[in-house]
Ligand binder design. Structure first.
Ligand code: HEC
Length: 106
């Protein structure tokens, strides 16, 4: 008798499983924060990417307020002289131009 009940129970299992509503993943729309680890595209971005990501991420620049050209010149000078960033002198104008392009102020 017991074995008969067990067999009936086992036979009913697949049916019960099929009757369940399948659980499917749902797509949600999420807002990702802006990526501040890389420099945004623009003229001179390659020079800046090559010279300015060795010690800190692009966020160090991107979180700064907009600054006048002279301030960016002083910033690049500080990176080279105070922090010994290995930036070639001939790359400085392109770097400053890029910084003014993305974060310039009058
Ligand atoms: C040799 C390492 C090094 C390189 C390469 C480097 N930096 Fe920096 N940078 C630093 C250090 C160290 C700080 C200060 C971090 C702190 O204050 O915690 C800094 C800070 C900054 C800041 C924040 C403001 C400030 O003065 O503290 C800016 C903007 C900046 N760097 C821009 C640049 C740019 C543009 C380049 C490419 C020309 C560059 N960095 C390349 C080391 C470097």
């Amino acid at each position: 008798m017991l074995s008969l009940v067990l067999a009936a129970g086992l036979a009913a299992l697949p049916l019960a499983a099929r009757a369940q509503t399948p659980v499917l993943p749902k797509s949600l729309s999420v807002e990702l924060p802006a990526d501040h680890s890389m420099f945004p595209d623009g003229p001179g971005v390659a020079v800046v990417t090559n010279n300015c990501l060795a010690c800190h991420s692009a966020g160090m620049v991107l979180y700064q307020p907009a600054l006048p050209k002279a301030a960016w010149e002083a910033e690049v000078k500080k990176m080279r002289e105070t922090f010994k960033a290995p930036v070639a002198a001939e790359d400085v104008p392109a770097i400053v131009a890029y910084l003014v392009h993305i974060k310039g102020a009058e």
